[in-house]
Design a protein around this ligand. Structure first.
Ligand SMILES: *Cc1c(COP(=O)(O)O)cnc(C)c1O
Length: 224
C-alpha cells in the first residue's frame, strides 16, 4: 500500500473515533514514525501531507534529517541518554521521553536558552520493561523541573502494553488523561501540560477516543 492510501485509511479511522467520542479531527496530530523506513519513504509521507516525523535513535535520524530538514516538525520519541543530548537537541522540536532529573539538567544545559518542548513519559501500565515514571511520581517530578528555565512540559506521553484487550488499553489512556488534567489544574508556568502523546498503530483509535492530541504511527502508515 502507498503511504497516501494508508494515511487516508488512518484519517477515516480517526474521524470515526472522533465521532464516537465527540472530538474534532483537527485536535489530533499524526506523527509518522519513520524509524523503520528509508528517507524516500519518509518523504512520501510528507508529500502525502504528514507534518510531524518521529525518530527514536540518535544514531539513526541524521541522514533523514539532512534530506528532510525543516519541511516538518521533528519528534524524539525514544529513550534518550544524557550524553547524546548535545548531538540531537538542535534538530528536534519535541522530546517525548523526559523521565529523569539528570536528563532534564542536561537538556537545560544544552538548550542555549531556547525553549525545549517536552513530554514527560509515564509508565502507566507498570511493566518493568517500559521506560517512564510511575504515575504517583509524575507531579513531584514536574514540580522539580521548575528550576530548569529552558524546559517547558507541554504534555504527557505513554506507551500502552502490547495487548488486544481493549478495556485494558482504554484504562491506560484514561489514566494518562486524568493525570494530565490534574497537572493542568496546577497552572504551573513551566508545565502547561495540555497535550497527550499516546496511541500507536495497534491502539490509536482507542487513544483518540480517550483524548490523544498526538498519535505516533509507524508500521500502519509507512510500513515496518
Ligand atoms: C516505534 C514506536 C512507535 C510506532 O510504533 P508502531 O506500532 O509501528 O506504530 C510509537 N512510539 C514509540 C515510542 C515507538 O518507539
Amino acid at each position: 500500500m502507498s503511504v497516501s492510501d494508508n494515511l487516508q485509511d488512518i484519517h477515516h479511522r480517526i474521524e470515526n473515533a472522533c465521532a464516537r467520542s465527540g472530538r474534532q479531527f483537527d485536535q489530533i496530530r499524526i506523527i509518522a514514525v519513520t524509524k523503520y523506513v528509508s528517507s524516500d519513504r519518509a518523504q512520501e509521507a510528507i508529500d502525502s501531507g504528514i507534518q510531524h516525523i518521529g525518530e527514536n535513535r540518535v544514531e539513526d535520524y541524521k541522514e533523514k534529517y539532512g534530506l528532510i530538514g525543516d519541511q516538518v516538525k521533528w519528534h524524539f520519541i525514544g529513550t534518550l541518554q544524557s550524553k547524546k543530548v548535545k548531538k540531537m537537541i538542535d534538530d528536534f522540536d519535541y522530546i517525548h521521553s523526559l523521565d529523569r532529573l539528570s536528563l532534564a539538567e542536561e537538556i537545560d544545559k544544552r538548550a542555549n536558552n531556547k525553549e525545549i518542548t517536552c513530554f514527560v513519559q509515564v509508565n502507566v501500565s507498570g511493566e518493568p520493561s517500559k521506560a517512564g515514571l510511575a504515575p504517583d511520581d509524575v507531579i513531584p517530578f514536574i514540580r522539580n523541573l521548575e528550576k530548569f528555565e529552558s524546559i517547558s512540559v507541554i504534555g504527557l506521553m505513554t506507551m500502552a502494553p502490547m495487548v488486544d484487550d481493549e478495556e485494558a488499553l482504554r484504562h491506560v489512556f484514561r489514566e494518562l488523561r486524568e493525570l494530565r488534567d490534574s497537572i493542568r489544574q496546577l497552572n504551573l508556568a513551566h508545565a502547561p501540560c495540555e497535550e497527550l502523546s499516546m496511541g500507536m498503530s495497534n491502539d490509536y483509535e482507542i487513544a483518540v477516543e480517550e483524548g490523544a492530541t498526538f498519535i505516533r504511527v509507524g508500521s500502519s502508515l509507512v510500513g515496518s
